[in-house]
Design a protein around this ligand. Structure first.
Ligand SMILES: Cc1cc2nc3c(=O)[nH]c(=O)nc-3n(C[C@H](O)[C@H](O)[C@H](O)COP(=O)(O)OP(=O)(O)OC[C@H]3O[C@@H](n4cnc5c(N)ncnc54)[C@H](O)[C@@H]3O)c2cc1C
Ligand SMILES: *[C@@H]1O[C@H](CO)[C@@H](O)[C@H](O)[C@H]1NC(C)=O
Ligand SMILES: *[C@@H]1O[C@H](CO)[C@@H](O)[C@H](O)[C@H]1NC(C)=O
Ligand SMILES: *[C@@H]1O[C@H](CO)[C@@H](O)[C@H](O)[C@H]1NC(C)=O
Length: 405
């Protein structure tokens, strides 16, 4: 009895939450014509995309260009329709429900400290919550993937696709000259839906910092996204000309949202991929977000392919749950082994972030602190932002120096 009551209570709370969410969603229903509820699921689709995040929305867009193919995207997160989502401040103010927030295992290299590890859980994935720093790995990073036995996944194979995604718009010639801002359109960009640019105002202290980098012998790069992602270089932001977030949702989902052959189910988790006797992936089981262990699941079939786009954290998890992973681990968890692949769930390379703070003996004004200390400057800055010129857009960053060993 106690159990039943608590279940009913859970359901009531859930309905209340759903009501609130639906109210929010309806305001934007024009953009979400292809969003379905579980009752509208077909038994089978040509393609099932697992995860409607950064890569999932791109893949779903490209696959559904052919109106003869049916595509289902299953996304654990919900839409975030808060208008602030596309403002630069969204890069630092997260809604809890938009993020998986985990602790790492103890890291021996930093005195066994644990790190906070984030992964997106929202339509658009990392592109919806990230810092909008438009950056790539170095050519060598991708070439190593290729050398591990993945033809076409090296730098030369991927660069045309990288370029295809993004249009770069240069800042004003005056600002470019004053700050010596550099980029390489030919080497890094194309004419895709994602927009990248620099804000048309910079903090003056940056000039001194550049001089310092040069003095200490830091290699200076013209462009970081053209294969040499090391040393000091200017990093654009993925924002449009009004400095609004340019991401998978407005670049790849919204333009495709009215395709009748494309469906998106939000608030559902893919638990596992089911294989047939020939080890061909045939279907997925899905379960409502927040529902209890053992709650009902729905099975949806794919007649062509199942494409895992659940990100670095959950794609390996889904594979392991599906019986693809290290044999000993799967057996320990009571999972039938479909393929013994020891690398699944290992060898993650993340990019650690560290910051260095400096106390200037002679401060350069204006600096970011002036926004709080100088009302005149603050007023000017607010006006700039109203006119969409602002410096709120993160301006630049240096990747850690990587010298050849
Ligand atoms: C806080 C933060 C800041 C970042 N800043 C930057 C930056 O400034 N510049 C930069 O280049 N990169 C940045 N990144 C990294 C970048 O955003 C990610 O590398 C990229 O978005 C990953 O894309 P993805 O498609 O692999 O995964 P994601 O975009 O994470 O998509 C995975 C999706 O799958 C969903 N999902 C997970 N499990 C399941 C399941 N079982 N069933 C259904 N759906 C599931 C998730 O909800 C998610 O939406 C940042 C990341 C974070 C989290
Ligand atoms: C993540 O969780 C930690 C502690 O569990 C908390 O301190 C932190 O604020 C959380 N971060 C976000 C963005 O919610
Ligand atoms: C401007 O940047 C380029 C490329 O980084 C560099 O070669 C040049 O020396 C810089 N010029 C000035 C005046 O800083
Ligand atoms: C405050 O900002 C204004 C406008 O940028 C500037 O002219 C003034 O010198 C600043 N005052 C101080 C004390 O820094």
């Amino acid at each position: 009895m106690a159990r039943l009551t608590s279940r009913l209570l859970g359901l009531t709370q859930l309905l209340a939450v759903l009501g609130a969410v639906n109210g929010y969603v309806e305001m934007f229903s024009g953009l979400q014509a292809r969003q379905i509820n579980p009752g509208q699921l077909a038994a089978a689709y040509d393609y099932i995309v697992v995860g409607g995040g950064h890569s999932g929305l791109v893949i779903a867009n490209r696959l559904s260009e052919d109106s003869g193919r049916s595509v289902l995207v299953v996304e654990y997160g919900y839409f975030d329709n808060n208008p602030a989502q596309v403002e630069p401040a969204s890069a630092t103010q997260y809604l809890a429900r938009n993020l998986f927030n985990l602790s790492s295992v103890a890291q021996p290299g930093i005195g066994n400290r644990q790190g906070q590890v984030y992964a997106a859980s929202v339509v658009g994935g990392g592109s919806t919550v990230n810092g909008m720093l438009f950056d790539r790995g170095s050519a060598e990073d991708y070439d190593i993937w290729e050398r591990l036995g993945n033809p076409g996944w090296g730098w030369a194979g991927l660069l045309p696709y990288f370029k295809k995604s993004t249009t770069f718009t240069p800042p004003s010639p005056e600002l470019t000259r004053e700050y010596n801002i550099t980029w390489d359109i030919e080497g890094a960009y194309g004419n895709g839906p994602i927009q990248a640019t620099f804000p048309d105002w910079q903090w003056p202290g940056i000039k001194i910092q550049w001089k310092a980098w040069a003095e200490v012998g830091m290699p200076i790069n013209i462009e970081g996204a053209a294969g040499d992602a090391f040393g000091a270089y200017w990093v654009p932001s993925n924002v449009d000309q009004q400095y609004r977030r340019s991401y998978a949702r407005n670049g790849y989902w919204d333009p495709a949202a009215n395709r009748a052959n494309l469906k998106l189910l939000t608030g559902y988790r893919v638990n596992e991929v089911l294989f047939n006797a020939n080890k061909r992936a045939e279907s997925v089981t899905i379960q409502e977000r927040g529902s209890a262990n053992g709650a009902p699941t729905i099975t949806v079939r794919a007649t062509q392919e199942i494409i895992l786009c659940a990100g670095w954290l959950h794609t390996p998890q889904i594979l392991q749950r599906s019986g693809v992973g290290p044999r000993a681990l799967l057996q320990q968890a009571g999972i039938n082994v479909v393929a013994d692949l020891p690398g699944v769930g290992s060898n993650l390379q993340d990019h650690p972030v560290s910051r260095a703070g400096f106390q200037y003996q002679t401060d350069v004004v204006p600096n970011p602190g002036s926004l709080n200390s100088n009302a005149t400057f603050r007023t000017w800055a607010d006006q700039q932002w109203q006119q969409r010129k602002g410096q709120w857009v993160l301006v630049m960053r240096w990747s850690p120096p990587r010298f050849p060993s």
